[in-house]
Design a protein around this ligand. Sequence first.
Ligand SMILES: *[C@@H]1O[C@H](CO)[C@@H](O)[C@H](O)[C@H]1NC(C)=O
Ligand SMILES: *[C@@H]1O[C@H](CO)[C@@H](O)[C@H](O)[C@H]1NC(C)=O
Ligand SMILES: *[C@@H]1O[C@H](CO)[C@@H](O)[C@H](O)[C@H]1NC(C)=O
Ligand SMILES: *[C@@H]1O[C@H](CO)[C@@H](O)[C@H](O)[C@H]1NC(C)=O
Ligand SMILES: *[C@@H]1O[C@H](CO)[C@@H](O)[C@H](O)[C@H]1NC(C)=O
Ligand SMILES: *[C@@H]1O[C@H](CO)[C@@H](O)[C@H](O)[C@H]1NC(C)=O
Length: 316
Amino acid sequence: MNWIYIFALHLTLLHIGASSTLRVIKPNVIALEVNGNPMEKKTSVELSCGDHFENTEIHWRKNQHNIPAKGNSILVTIEAMLGGNFTCHSASGDVLNHTLVLVSPLDFEKAILLRNDDKEFVTCVARNYSGPFHCSWKWDPIRNGVVVFFRAFRNSSVINCSLDADNAGLTCEDLQCPFSEEVTRINLTLLVRNQYRLEEHQRTFFIHDIIKPGKVSITKAENNEFEWEVPKTWNRPCTFFPLRYEVKVVSHRKDCDETSHDHGGSHSDSIYVSETQYKVSGKKSYTFCVRAQDAFTNKVWSDWSQHKVIKHKSKE
Ligand SMILES: *[C@@H]1O[C@H](CO)[C@@H](O)[C@H](O)[C@H]1NC(C)=O
Ligand SMILES: *[C@@H]1O[C@H](CO)[C@@H](O)[C@H](O)[C@H]1NC(C)=O
Ligand SMILES: *[C@@H]1O[C@H](CO)[C@@H](O)[C@H](O)[C@H]1NC(C)=O
Ligand SMILES: *[C@@H]1O[C@H](CO)[C@@H](O)[C@H](O)[C@H]1NC(C)=O
Ligand SMILES: *[C@@H]1O[C@H](CO)[C@@H](O)[C@H](O)[C@H]1NC(C)=O
Ligand SMILES: *[C@@H]1O[C@H](CO)[C@@H](O)[C@H](O)[C@H]1NC(C)=O
């Protein structure tokens, strides 16, 4: 359903025991999926300029260099990761059509994007249940990565996504306030290339697994009493989604995130509350910390909000 495999395309495998599949990525872009080490593979692929160019004089270029093949349909040999942009030309030299041939090594370590702290290449986050979700990635700086294709869907309905201006993220359509439990996951596919090497990245997730509330804003900090507000991006139309808060008091010399290098584990010095206020007992200087989490899923914490209280000793 996801991909159209072109069975019609006649594919000759030269390498004995090799299994390669040709896959249409989008119009004018095809990928040769290669098992095993692509550097040892040589595959012959048939390209065609277009049915209505049959019986006319056609010549071809690969990456703007003439190649000897002539005619509407040609066989080209793809070696290692040396795909290319094949253009077909009329007798006068005009470009009639083109096919970008990419090589997708299925058993190779991925190398075009960098892994995040959770060892994933693509990070997806939603601030609430009613807005867009956002997926982002980091390009390996030594490569020249390009987005070839992306797509998100849930239970076969396509979700509208757009590529961010910096080429390092996707913003996917506003979601409805869910009136019932989320039963199907979102599938996200991102295809990137570096030169003619293609890599596929897949994420499958529930929105409730990627909900990371925005930072809470501390609205009052007086006499060791703190009050804060629900993050501005939290679901106001869906008021039935409660948050819970983690509160902790650390040394005034520290920032809140210096003491927690965990991912959601609990700390002995933390207190969990559902109300949006807290009173600190103690007279020394300190840093007050608070962050929020979806109370139903207990998954991802917001970033910390902090307020430092410095007490000066009065001389008596
Ligand atoms: C151009 O080539 C693509 C294959 O890359 C093919 O699908 C398409 O039909 C061709 N266009 C024309 C006008 O023949
Ligand atoms: C391939 O060649 C066509 C025709 O010249 C051009 O429009 C297209 O941008 C090229 N694609 C790449 C990836 O170089
Ligand atoms: C998924 O899609 C199928 C077919 O369109 C539909 O029958 C089914 O109810 C959907 N499931 C959910 C959970 O939306
Ligand atoms: C997808 O988003 C674009 C840009 O926001 C919009 O023009 C288009 O109509 C949307 N398509 C669908 C199916 O919602
Ligand atoms: C969604 O993604 C999962 C995990 O990558 C995969 O197993 C499943 O087949 C995908 N669903 C569809 C409809 O592509
Ligand atoms: C939901 O979060 C998005 C940011 O991801 C934000 O733009 C939107 O305003 C939020 N929705 C509400 C109702 O606050």
